[in-house]
Design a protein around this ligand. Structure first.
Ligand code: ATP
Length: 309
């Protein structure tokens, strides 16, 4: 099957900044591909290079078999990260305007319904909440029934129920054969939606794979987190691998079948605790393992205070 999206060794610099440093990628028809990565990793630049809104310095990209700038615009749609339509138009007028840019378009009412804006369709854009505005923006990318949909942080600012609606909308579109490339900082969203995830860091695609494969490979182990001020000594000699910080004891490598035994060991050791939480690794753990230290701000994972066996 022909790859709908292809990037080969894409490179894009802005002065001294290397936004893309040799990115290669291919996405099949009907696939949902999520780009994740720290701020400034190059996600938006990659979306722009694939949609022909920026020219790479080197490398090659194609969309539906054509160079991005030459693709028939009615076959693709882009929801940019920042998108500010005129405030004194209503949601319905905005969608009508965007639909008017194409020879053939979908019924506006249907799109309003899909993005959950049917009831507020006649309010001025500027009076809508941030999340409602984002829904309308998502709607503008759907009016031409695109074969390829680029969504740069589609659900930012949308409330949980709205996110769920947009996710199920994206699922339905992909099931109908639409190819979706999206960027997100929401690891749950990437895990729930994407067939494959690509982690970009410093302009390079560090890892690509299905969420399950990435979690298996890089997510680490399941663990039991015990809210207690008992230190690791409490379980010394028990055979468990344990680490601790001020308020928590973490018992590592505990599968669901081993929770009971671990709790019994805590009881035997007279450990007093406030709560027990069993956690499985997820995409967030993968992100932190592979890109955590590159994040701006206090994102880096604190090292465990000590680990004993
Ligand atoms: P975020 O998660 O914050 O949206 P991102 O992964 O989308 O980040 P990009 O917007 O692609 O990152 O930016 C990658 C790098 O390129 C950053 O260092 C950014 O400052 C730089 N950059 C992007 N666009 C431009 C531009 N038009 N002019 C100068 N530098 C730019």
């Amino acid at each position: 099957m022909q790859n709908v999206l292809v990037a080969e060794e894409l490179r894009r610099t802005y002065g001294e900044v290397v936004a893309l440093d040799g990115v290669s990628l291919s996405v099949d028809r009907g696939e949902v591909f999520a780009l994740i990565g720290p701020n400034g990793a190059g996600k938006t630049t990659l979306v722009r290079a694939l949609t022909g809104t920026t020219d790479p310095d080197a490398g090659r990209a194609s969309v539906l078999g054509a160079a991005p700038a030459d693709v028939d615009r009615s076959r693709i749609a882009l929801l940019p990260q920042s998108f500010s339509p005129p405030g004194r138009l209503t949601a319905r007028e905005l969608l009508r305007y965007y639909a008017g840019l194409y020879e053939r378009s979908r019924p506006i009412e249907e799109v309003l319904e899909e993005v959950g804006m049917a009831e507020d369709a006649d309010a001025w854009y500027e009076t809508l909440s941030g999340g409602q505005q984002r829904r309308v923006c998502v709607g503008t990318a759907l009016v031409n029934d695109p074969e390829v949909l680029f969504l740069d942080e589609p659900t930012t600012g949308i409330d949980p129920a709205g996110r769920r609606d947009i996710r199920s909308l994206i699922d339905d579109l992909a099931a109908g054969g639409t190819t979706v490339l999206l960027t997100t900082h929401d690891m749950n969203e990437a895990e729930a939606l994407a067939d494959r995830v690509g982690l970009l860091a410093d302009g390079r695609l560090v890892e690509t794979g299905s969420p399950a494969d990435l979690v298996r490979e890089h997510g680490g182990e399941s663990r039991l987190v015990v809210e207690t001020d008992a230190g690791t000594d409490a379980l010394a000699g028990s055979g468990y691998r344990v680490s601790a910080d001020d308020a928590r004891l973490v018992v590592h490598g505990i599968g669901p079948e081993a929770i009971g035994d671990a709790v019994a060991a805590l009881e035997r050791a007279d450990v007093e605790y406030e709560s027990l939480t069993w956690t499985q690794p997820g995409l967030e753990d993968v992100y932190l393992a592979l890109a955590g230290e590159r994040s701006a701000g206090p994102r880096a994972r604190a090292a465990p205070a000590g680990e004993t066996r």
